[in-house]
Design a protein around this ligand. Structure first.
Ligand code: DAH
Length: 357
């Protein structure tokens, strides 16, 4: 037996002994690297084969192969055993208790104002209205001029407007292109008329903004639903009948309604639409100022100038429109005393209105 052959056998004995005492998979991997790595102990010995006497080479070569295979197999077997033992140890320490209570899963729900909006969408859907939405950032032209409210006209005072400022410069100046935050959903009437061909029957729900002194009943941010119908031979009687049906669908069959004269620049004639007080039912209380009535929306026949702004010939078509705030409907529905609560992110408040999950 050559010197190299002896050293190969010795290495096998040593390595198997080391493998026996290896504590964990890391130690076994370390041993594997020390044997088979680039300058590993076995690798170095195998290089010596080239220097063997040609007559010894086949025997020593065979032995070298046997040593390599034996070590590889022993290492692989040891590793498998370790992985299994490891898994067994882990599993025996774990327990699966099928009777343990689950982790609570937080389910959110719609904001109460959005529940009202969905209710309105559903009612008007049944009346044949489709939803048409417009942008919250509008132009002065769409929010006012196209709606028959010229610059500097006193009727502008009805809407306290938030102007978008020029990007730079002191003092701040309103944007030259007349960009504003819309003060109502009425500009979407114009967009709908320009986009659709009559007969038009749309509602336009959305968020609006005003420069308001905020208190329990005024917010600078609020929600409206606008309605627009344009058709041949549409009349104030159609508007009245439709709104009466709407009020009964929203507030129940016993609801009484009335029209009062009103003023809006974009309708002629204009009306205020009242329902019997939702708190006292009509007998008079603090909520309705002892009148027995509550105004829930403004409405009227679309002004010819507005039809023209929308690209519609007022000699061929008439229309009616209405607009209402969602926030007050929400407050009344739940008996919430302060509008500001609706915009608060306080979950202790919002979680009280879980309808509409
Ligand atoms: N845009 C009005 C407002 O915000 C509400 C309104 C009144 C809308 C009459 C209409 C309408 O379409 O016909 O005060």
């Amino acid at each position: 037996m050559t010197d190299l052959a002896e050293r190969l056998q010795q290495l096998q004995t040593d390595a198997l002994a080391e493998l026996d005492v290896a504590a964990d998979a890391r130690a076994v991997e370390g041993l594997r690297a020390s044997l088979f790595g680039r300058s590993g102990r076995l690798t170095s010995l195998l290089r010596g084969l080239a220097d063997e006497d040609p007559s010894d080479r086949p025997t020593t070569g065979k032995l070298a192969n046997a040593v390599r295979e034996a070590l590889e197999a022993a290492i692989a077997e040891r590793l498998t055993g370790m992985v299994e033992a490891d898994a067994r140890a882990r599993l025996s320490g774990e327990e699966l208790d099928m009777s343990a209570p689950g982790r609570p899963w937080r389910v959110g729900h719609l904001h109460p104002t959005m529940t009202v909006e969905r209710d309105l969408r559903e009612i008007f859907h049944a009346f044949g209205f489709e939803v048409f939405e417009g942008p919250e950032i509008e132009t002065d032209e769409m929010n006012f001029e196209a709606l028959n409210i010229p610059p500097d006209h006193p009727s502008r005072d009805l809407w306290d407007t938030l102007y978008v400022a020029e990007a730079s410069g002191e003092p701040l100046k309103p944007a030259a292109d007349g960009t504003i935050l819309r003060t109502h959903t009425s500009p979407v009437q114009i967009r709908a008329m320009r986009a659709l061909t009559p007969p038009i029957r749309v509602i336009t729900p959305g968020r609006c903004f005003r420069y308001e002194a905020v208190d329990a009943s005024h917010g600078f941010e609020f929600f409206q639903v606008e309605g627009l119908v344009v058709d041949h031979d549409t009349s104030l009687a159609d508007l009245k009948g439709m709104l009466e049906e709407f009020a009964r669908a929203l507030y129940g069959e016993a609801t009484k309604t009335r029209f009062r004269p009103g003023y809006y620049p974009f309708t002629e004639p204009s009306v205020a639409f009242d329902v019997s007080c939702l708190v006292c039912g009509g007998s008079g209380c603090a909520a309705c100022g002892r009148s027995g009535w509550m105004t829930i929306l403004g409405a009227g026949m679309v002004h010819p100038t507005v039809l023209r702004s929308g690209g519609i010939d007022p000699d061929e078509f008439q229309g009616y429109a209405f607009g209402m705030g969602l926030d007050r409907i929400t407050l009344l529905r739940h008996g919430i005393p302060d509008l500001r609560l609706l915009m608060s992110p306080d979950l202790r408040f919002l979680e009280q209105f879980p309808a509409g999950r």
